[in-house]
Write a protein that binds this ligand. Structure first.
Ligand SMILES: [Zn+2]
Length: 130
């Protein structure tokens, strides 16, 4: 079941995420998502590299307590080299912010991305074109 919340991200930011994920493949990449949250919509406007060099450690190894207490950080995006877009139990137990975004191999188009809320429910994703 989907919630009525829509997450929007530009095609350009999505490509940036995909490029980072491809570069680190088969390791995982993780980025923080910054943007604006309204009642029924979440708009991602910027990607932030986590303050620590966490690349390749896997999502569970990110020290979430070290992340900035910044309310413009809406959540995280990380890659699944397996291509599976379903959040793992570990992912769901380590949600930071209000959304969990997952990109999956081959990191090519909008079929390779999904967004979830804190309860693991899939959110509607809108890819905005310039
Ligand atoms: Zn994961």
């Amino acid at each position: 079941m989907k919630t009525d919340i829509t997450v929007s991200i530009s095609q350009e930011l999505l490509q940036t995420i995909f490029e980072g994920a491809r570069r680190l493949y088969p390791k995982e990449t993780i980025l923080l998502l910054r943007g604006e949250k309204k009642k029924n919509s979440i708009k991602i406007s910027e990607l932030v590299v986590p303050p620590l060099a966490t690349h390749g450690l896997g999502f569970a190894n990110i020290p979430l307590h070290m992340l900035p207490m910044d309310f413009s950080i809406l959540g995280t995006v990380h890659s699944h080299p397996s291509g599976n877009l379903t959040p793992s139990t570990t992912d769901l137990n380590h949600i930071f912010g209000s959304i969990l975004m997952i990109v999956g191999f081959p990191f090519a188009d909008e079929r390779n991305i999904a967004a979830y809320n804190r309860d693991g429910k899939m959110l509607t994703l809108q890819i905005t074109k310039p």
